[in-house]
Write a protein that binds this ligand. Structure first.
Ligand code: AMP
Length: 136
């Protein structure tokens, strides 16, 4: 079963395509945080960020920047977010890796973080040590 994005890439279902290369496509998100909210998608069906080969990241990020610049110019933005949900627990609903880019506006009440945690004495180093041990 191909993903909804593969169906868009194959022109089996319609979408507003902003840009495409041999490897990457950018479309308008059908349920935008703000108008113009765009998605940047590798044409191959990688499930999450972790599955994308390193060799493909450069083009993916270059297209993300190209689209972000176009949004800034189009909507005269002071700022934007780009982000990616990876795994259902993180809010991923389409299991075909993609990057969101959405315009932001003053007082738009869009929020990503609530209840920020604090580290106890020494805890930040403990956590960092654990992560460092797994960087390969
Ligand atoms: P995520 O929840 O991070 O997996 O993001 C999936 C995004 O795909 C959501 O923001 C949806 O609104 C968007 N989406 C789903 N179906 C379509 C479609 N047919 N055309 C454009 N965007 C879509």
């Amino acid at each position: 079963m191909s993903t909804i994005f593969t169906k868009i890439i194959n022109r089996e279902i319609p979408a507003e395509i902003l840009y495409e290369t041999d490897n990457v496509i950018s479309i308008i998100d059908i349920m935008p945080i703000h108008y113009g909210h765009a998605l940047i998608i590798p044409k191959k069906e990688y499930k999450t960020f972790l599955d994308v080969p390193e060799a493909e990241l450069k083009e993916l990020l270059a297209v993300t920047q190209l689209i972000a610049k176009a949004l800034v110019k189009t909507f005269k933005l002071e700022g934007f977010n780009f982000f990616s949900n990876n795994g259902e627990i993180a809010g991923q609903s389409v299991h075909h890796f993609h990057i969101h880019v959405t315009p932001r506006y003053p007082n738009d009440k869009v929020s990503f973080a609530h209840n920020l945690k604090k580290y106890n004495e020494g805890q930040m180093k403990e956590v960092a040590d654990k992560i460092r041990a797994n960087i390969s």
